[in-house]
Design a protein around this ligand. Structure first.
Ligand code: SF4
Length: 252
């Protein structure tokens, strides 16, 4: 750890934040902490990628990926939805599931992380690295507050989506695929249908358990259960292209 401001990367396990870390490693840029917030409902391939990529980073002198969870508690977002007879809040047009299960656990970890506390005690700040790419500059809204300085390296380096994919491939790694809860209401029909059967069943169980009035199911205007039971000719009925609601979980 240097005397400079500690550098924290919020890793989303998607294409953009993977590319940021690969490029920072390649450029020899210092990173002190990498956090990933686990809702408990990440896709199996995301958990596998996290383990592989954490090892890849460590081999290159970077810190391992620290997985954090909401309140450090055992209740996952899926369990919370069952207990509350609800769907994730993004199904109702709110972003609090992303905020509570992704943003807050990473902030809480950082707030109790000794190098950050030391920097703040000495009047310094922590540099927060965010992986928004050069094709989405509108997402970069924060630059500085009392505790943090936000940095968007992909914007600085002019790396858009295509360059991020290229950087991951050039490092000899597979693309991470989409990182989101397997039951995320922002999922597209083809993503839902591609889920393994056990995850489809868990999503249907969540949908059946929810007491719904304003939305019909995890698809908002339709139920995942109906989509999963449908045949190819019926798929056009489940087009949700108008419904996607970008949230803090989106990572390329
Ligand atoms: S991936 Fe979807 S369901 Fe999961 S926390 Fe983010 S917005 Fe909510």
């Amino acid at each position: 750890m240097s005397d400079k401001a500690p550098v924290v990367v919020s890793y989303g396990a998607g294409t953009n934040s993977t590319a940021v870390l690969i490029e920072m490693a390649r450029r020899g840029e210092p990173v002190d902490l990498i956090t990933f917030a686990d809702t408990g409902g990440e896709r199996p391939e995301t958990y596998a990628y996290l383990e592989m990529f954490s090892g890849w980073l460590v081999q290159r002198g970077m810190p391992p990926i620290v997985t954090v969870r909401k309140g450090g508690r055992q209740e996952t977002l899926e369990e919370n939805c069952h207990r509350m007879n609800m769907l994730p809040s993004v199904a109702y047009g709110f972003k609090s599931c992303s905020q509570k299960y992704k943003g807050e656990p990473q902030d809480a970890y950082c707030n109790n992380w000794e190098p950050a506390k030391k920097a703040w005690a000495n009047g310094g700040k922590v540099v927060k690295i965010i992986g928004y790419d050069a094709d989405e500059p509108h997402r970069a809204k924060f630059y500085e507050d009392k505790k943090f300085v936000w940095r968007y390296p992909l914007l600085e380096w002019g790396m858009g989506r295509a360059e991020c994919i290229e950087a991951i491939r050039a490092a000899g790694l597979q693309l991470p695929g989409k990182s989101s809860c397997f039951f995320c209401p922002n999922s597209k029909p083809q993503e839902i249908l591609a889920l393994p059967d056990d995850l489809k069943e868990r999503a249907i169980a969540m949908e059946r358990n929810a007491q719904l009035t304003n939305v019909k199911g995890l698809g908002r205007r339709w139920r995942w259960e109906d989509l999963i039971a449908s045949d190819r000719d019926q798929l056009r009925l489940f087009d949700n292209s108008q419904q996607e609601m970008p949230c803090g979980c989106y990572d390329g």
